[in-house]
Design a protein around this ligand. Structure first.
Ligand SMILES: N[C@@H](CCC(=O)N[C@@H](CS)C(=O)NCC(=O)O)C(=O)O
Length: 244
């Protein structure tokens, strides 16, 4: 049987969720670092998905395509070994927390993107290493990429304060669910993975877990939310140290 094949984006928290789940379930796989826009055709050809939206992470296993980080985690939970990520008795709760993660990260993406775009060094860091030879053409390519993301993910549809308020609601619920304990649902589950990764858009986790350029790292930090949710960032760091 061929090893599962994962398309992922190194800096993307959605990819991080999938990578972490595969690691926890000790699933060996091949990996390809996906270049947004430029490799869309390759991904469509591999998965046979010629219509509709394609996103990464995407896992292809035994001819079946899983094009969503939670779908990959659910698949991983049926394979491999280790303690369950999504215990049957808590499947509904885990799914709820995955939705909360999606809310935080999608609003977070809309806050991060303009901060990266406003910083020349951060913008330059987004050009993949194997495309750096294009030199000054990198900036227009990056600007095109920003417009592509704005359209695809509706990044301009709400203002920053509205988005922060949606994120705050979810993060306060996380604080309440944790109530000073180590795990969201009493024991370690994918709910912890999802919410720990969601905090990437509040303030990135240490470079040793997820490497980012210095300017990119600055741009991913939300100055307001990072101060308001210092306790959750500390929880995230402890969870990474023990489980990642
Ligand atoms: N619900 C999806 C969302 C994935 C997602 O938003 N992926 C972005 C990561 S930045 C992506 O594929 N970006 C590249 C592109 O849209 O071309 C999941 O959980 O996997």
């Amino acid at each position: 049987m061929a090893k599962p094949f994962l398309y992922s984006i190194q800096y993307s928290p959605w990819s991080e969720k999938a990578r972490w789940a595969l690691k926890l379930r000790r699933i060996e796989h091949r990996h390809h670092e996906y270049v947004p826009m430029i490799e869309a055709l390759r991904l469509r050809a591999h998965t046979g998905k010629w219509h509709g939206r394609i996103t990464v992470p995407t896992l292809v296993a035994d001819g079946v395509t899983y094009m969503d980080s939670f779908a990959i985690a659910q698949w991983a939970d049926q394979q491999g070994s280790g303690s369950p990520l999504i215990p049957a008795a808590q499947a509904t709760e885990v799914s709820h927390w995955n939705d909360a993660c999606e809310t935080v990260m999608s609003h977070g993406r809309a806050l991060v993107t303009p901060r990266v775009a406003a910083d020349d060094q951060a913008a330059a860091e987004q050009i993949p290493a194997n495309l750096r030879w294009i030199g000054p053409a990198g900036r227009p390519l990056f600007n095109f990429g920003v417009r592509y993301l704005q359209g695809k993910y509706g990044l301009l549809e709400q203002d920053a304060e509205q988005r922060r308020s949606h994120m705050r609601t979810q993060l306060k619920q996380l604080r309440q669910a944790l109530a000073g304990q180590p795990f969201v649902l009493g024991e370690f589950t994918f709910a912890d993975v999802a919410m720990a990764v969601a905090l990437q858009v509040v303030q990135p986790v240490a470079d040793s877990y997820l490497r980012l350029g210095a300017a990119t790292r600055r741009a991913w930090r939300d100055p307001q939310l990072a101060v308001e949710f210092e306790d959750l960032l500390a929880w995230r760091d402890r969870l990474y140290a023990q489980w990642r």
